[in-house]
Design a protein around this ligand. Structure first.
Ligand code: ZN
Length: 208
């Protein structure tokens, strides 16, 4: 009740995210609120800062510049890849997202910017890079994180249908996560205009 938003609290928020032109990029309206672990960089810095010290029931609006959001748009974050570097049968469509395996074996997500005769231009900027973001936020719940959540570094979603740790891909436990997603955009949901909810947390998009 008197809980304030501070480091290592699990906070649940409802939010609506608008871009500079007023269009709604994402909202939890009509859905479950988004839980996240506060103070660990699980959501974008500008939003996390604005939530610090808030209480259950607080409503506020905050405008987040790119530097405190998804970063500035970086022209250099694109790469031309020869068409023949893709496995045969790979479906390539301009404007679609694609996972590209890097030299170190990790995969990163980009958008297919342009398909030329011999190569493909991939843009690795976050889709919201360079955007000024305005959030209308309501703090729905604040509670202490469990030991497990602290160890995992993220909130466990009470609204998720599945046992989240069965579907989780963590640094620590290498499992798929289905609870949160704001920071990581390696997940399908970050890329869909109507479903930024999971970006707000940390990992993938299967949460309610
Ligand atoms: Zn976990």
């Amino acid at each position: 009740m008197a809980d304030k938003v501070e480091k290592n609290k699990v906070v649940e928020i409802h939010y609506t995210l608008r871009l500079a032109d007023g269009s709604i990029e994402d909202t939890t309206e009509g859905e479950a609120p988004l839980p996240y672990l506060h103070g660990v960089g699980g959501i974008i810095p500008g939003l996390e800062k604005a939530l610090e010290g808030r209480s259950i029931g607080d409503r506020f609006q905050v405008t987040v510049e790119p530097a405190e959001g998804y970063g500035e748009y970086d022209e250099a974050l694109s790469e031309s890849i020869p068409l023949n570097a893709f496995p045969e049968g790979t479906e390539l469509t301009e404007g679609e997202e694609i996972f590209v395996e890097l030299d170190d074996g990790t995969a990163t997500q980009g958008i297919i910017e342009r398909i030329d005769k011999n190569d493909v231009l991939i843009n690795y900027n976050h889709p919201l890079a360079g955007e000024t973001l305005t959030f209308d936020v309501e703090v729905v719940d604040v509670r202490d994180a469990t030991q497990e959540e602290l160890e995992h570094g993220h909130a466990h979603d009470p609204y998720a249908e599945d046992d989240e740790d069965d579907e989780e891909w963590d640094d620590d436990d290498e499992e798929w996560d289905d609870d949160d997603d704001f920071e990581e955009w390696d997940d399908d949901d970050d890329w869909e205009e109507d479903d930024l909810e999971d970006d707000l947390g940390q990992d993938d998009g299967k949460k309610a």
